[in-house]
Design a protein around this ligand. Sequence first.
Ligand SMILES: *Cc1c(COP(=O)(O)O)cnc(C)c1O
Length: 383
Amino acid sequence: MSDMPDIATVLASVLAENGGAVTPPIVQTSLFSFESYAAFEARMSGQTNTAIYTRVQNPTVGAFEDLMAQAEAGEAAVGFASGMAAISSTLLAFVKPGDRIACIEHVYPDTYRFFERILRPFGVEIEYHTASAFEEDPNLLSGVAIAYLESPSSVIFRPMNLSRVAEHARHHGAITIIDNSWASPVFQRPITSGIDIVLHSASKYISGHSDTVAGVVVSSHAYNARIRDLTLPLIGAKLAPFEAFLLTRGLRTLKARMMQHQATADLFVDRLASVPQVREINSPGANSVPGLMGRSGLMSIEFDDSVDIRAFADAVRLFRLGVSWGGFESLLLPARVGLAQAGLHNSMQTFGVSPNLVRLNLGLEDAEDLWADFETALIASVT
Ligand SMILES: *Cc1c(COP(=O)(O)O)cnc(C)c1O
């Protein structure tokens, strides 16, 4: 498992022909014109590869994609308008009716809905397995087209041994796709463990500032070419130049931010261990599985029945209540809010989550201030 390359160095090479500017220009154009018929025809017939139209190619987006490909140890990357656009556009590029997908349990709720509400009615079979089933059953992926992974999973944050799962998948010819939003390339680079395709909700740690919604997919040239040939142009959920600019800005501080998220999360895990009302702490740390190099700031804890979760949620001051994560601000998401979410296919109900569970996004505020806020609110809400 190798470390993420230094972003400043990579950025310098990406920006080499940029007249000394240290950030990429925002090329806010829809189309790129040609100087001659010959140049136009050469581009359309594939002899050259300059940008034609921003739905498929844009220099600001390209700079971010180059950075992400190197950060994730892949050959190429493609940006999308959201994490869900990255997920749906990747799956639709590789799946066909009759295929079977093996998916991790407690997968991100909208990914679960994409499987159940869009792919299943189109004749794709989806089955859900635990992390240990993926690791331990060498025949789990027999006849499976795609293994769709999260490590750790959402909500309960169970990690898995990715090299072992990648080995099983290779044996059965299944394509492996992982959502690496939780770890970011600072703490986990799944391609170096043999995973085929890595994708992100870049709305989270990659952006890091809760100011954009975006996604990105990193893979080999061959897989990248298929996505660029099929779903990027034909579904058209492209990353916009301004969003790409924000993500490149985010990448420059990614490592520094991840280190502070980890320091705060380490402090919480350490102190939570001696809080009597805490039944379980879900927060995998460095080396809890091979290839995982750190602990991010997103964790969940399960309280015992003595804690009034509603009172706790109303008592915290520094933690805000809300979905999403990965930005500056700390957030609290009680599982009972997720369990109560209206609509079809509620993954928290399907896979089962304790109503006493709360998810914490530990942000970049002072760690001692955050702990004091947590502790004060907890004391006030024990019945
Ligand atoms: C938020 C999230 C997504 C979806 O990403 P969007 O950018 O909101 O579309 C996917 N996977 C995980 C793990 C997430 O947290």
